[in-house]
Design a protein around this ligand. Structure first.
Ligand code: HEM
Ligand code: HEM
Length: 438
């Protein structure tokens, strides 16, 4: 299957702009991460920061990593698949700035203590209204682009047309959904029916992530001939697992029940299936490194995420640095690699900015070491909660090494940002869209 017309316009200035903004937020969020790691070692340094306490910086760090780094390249991806960058380019780049402006407003709010109290749904007061208005404006642009490019979308096939239309309908619910979900009085942080996440809820969210992993190649890469069977199989399995999830108990259950941990275990099937699914598509040759990274982190996330849920393991890791390690496998490992993979595929030759071996390996090795350190700290903390609170030799050593890995990650992200701003294309100056877009 070929979807030529929109692709020929690539790389779109809006995509480049979105990647640059995303990288800028990655550098800033990582710098805040380094600040956090420093404060954990030297709490007295928090004094000059006054009311901008550790807890407030944590919210800034997490929200900028999620809504800045991981969201902005995906915004560029949405503009690309709806053709908004090509037909509405005068509006598309201001939309990227609008998104970043919402993050500036949000950060000012988080630092001044305005919070919904909900992780990853932390939009309150003025920032909540601003962000929802920005989301609405961006949706209107996507809808206008979809209508203006209707013929092109139809030309790409009725399934692609339907998926884009369905995507637009789902996206229409996001501004309202975000506004409602950020309300601290609804959808409590702790589920009173269960006292915490269940195998069913973990399976629900994992299947949601799996659907995204299966959809993305359909949108950004063309299918190879004769590989239909794996596509049909993967989507059928997703439907079967969703039915299983619907049949599992939702309330008043715990991770000790075999039906819960065995039910969640079905996610392990995706470890061998997703690489086969990915190989049913033609990827740009320069995506190889990040495809391998994405698939490696995907396997690591599913396996370690499931092991975390097992009785005895979750009991020891709950509320410890072990879960910070898990968040890192998910966000700094898997999600970040997936975002870069999508960006490199869409950027074509300009994807070289992510392909320097030096920054690639500095990032990957630092993330792996960070996760190992947090797993060790979490394991110790599980039986001795004072381990991470009361400074001691082992704890300080682990936290100092974490700081070092953080500085290395910051360096790698800075390298990517610099390359995106002052490109020295390995493919020659004639073909350099980052420069053209500047
Ligand atoms: C991109 C995908 C994922 C993201 C962003 C993610 C993120 C998170 C975050 C932020 C937490 C809370 C950590 C804390 O309380 O400090 C968490 C907890 C957890 N996650 Fe994930 N995760 C992902 C995928 C998975 C998968 C695939 C599994 C299992 C196969 C999994 C299993 C768990 C478990 C067992 C917990 C602990 C829940 C509890 O406190 O009872 N996660 N995850
Ligand atoms: C320079 C690199 C980084 C450093 C030094 C760093 C440091 C930290 C620190 C110190 C915490 C707080 C842990 C605690 O209070 O116990 C944290 C939390 C977190 N960071 Fe980072 N971080 C970095 C990069 C990232 C990246 C790239 C992502 C995602 C793309 C990320 C996502 C998170 C998340 C989701 C949490 C919350 C963890 C939880 O509560 O389970 N961080 N980070």
């Amino acid at each position: 299957m070929k979807h030529p017309v929109l692709n020929e316009a690539l790389p779109l200035p809006v995509l480049i702009s979105a990647v640059r903004h995303g990288l800028t937020w990655l550098v800033l969020a990582n710098a805040v991460g380094v600040l956090l790691a420093v404060l954990l070692l030297f709490p007295m340094l928090a004094q000059p920061l006054g009311e901008w306490t550790y807890g407030r910086w944590v919210m800034v760090h997490m929200n900028l990593e999620l809504y800045g780094w991981t969201a902005l390249p995906l915004l560029g991806f949405l503009f690309h698949i709806y053709g908004a960058g090509a037909r509405f380019s005068a509006w598309a780049r201001p939309a990227v700035w609008l998104w970043s402006a919402a993050l500036v407003v949000g950060s000012a709010g988080w630092l001044s203590g305005a919070t919904s109290g909900k992780l990853f749904l932390d939009w309150s007061e003025f920032a909540r209204v601003f962000f929802v208005l920005a989301l609405t404006g961006i949706w209107l642009q996507l809808a206008a682009a979809f209508i203006a490019n209707a013929k092109v979308h139809l030309h790409q096939g009725s399934i692609a047309f339907f998926l884009k239309f369905a995507g637009l309908v789902v996206l229409a619910l996001v501004p309202w959904g975000m506004y409602r979900a950020s309300d601290p009085t609804i959808y409590p942080v702790f589920n009173p029916d269960t006292g915490g996440p269940t195998g069913t809820s973990q399976l629900e969210s994992t299947l949601g992530v799996t659907a995204i992993v299966l959809l993305l190649p359909l949108a950004i890469a063309s299918r190879r001939m004769g590989r239909r069977a794996i596509l049909v199989f993967a989507w059928s399995l997703l439907i079967a697992e969703s039915l299983l999830c619907a049949a599992m108990s939702h309330a008043d259950v715990s991770h000790r029940q075999p039906s819960q941990y065995l039910g969640l275990g079905v996610v392990l099937l995706w470890i061998p299936i997703v690489p086969r699914y990915f190989s049913a598509f033609s990827w740009n040759a320069n995506t190889r490194l990040w495809r391998l990274a994405t698939l490696g982190w995907w396997a690591a996330l599913l396996l370690t995420g499931w092991i975390f849920f097992l009785p005895g393991v979750l009991d020891r890791f709950k509320f410890t640095d072990g879960l910070v390690g898990h968040s890192f496998v998910a966000m700094a490992g898997f999600t970040s690699s997936l975002i870069v993979l999508v960006s490199v595929q869409l950027l074509g030759e300009d994807g070289w900015i992510f392909n320097r071996l030096r920054s690639f390996w500095i990032w990957q090795i630092s993330v792996i070491v960070y996760i190992a350190l947090m797993t060790i700290a979490g394991w110790a903390e599980g039986t001795d909660p004072a381990f991470t609170i009361v400074p001691g030799l082992a704890r300080n050593l682990i936290y100092a090494l974490r700081l070092l890995t953080g500085v290395l990650m910051l360096t790698a992200s800075f390298d990517w940002l610099l390359d995106s701003l002052t490109p020295r294309s390995a493919y020659g100056p004639s073909r350099n869209s980052f420069q053209e877009a500047a």
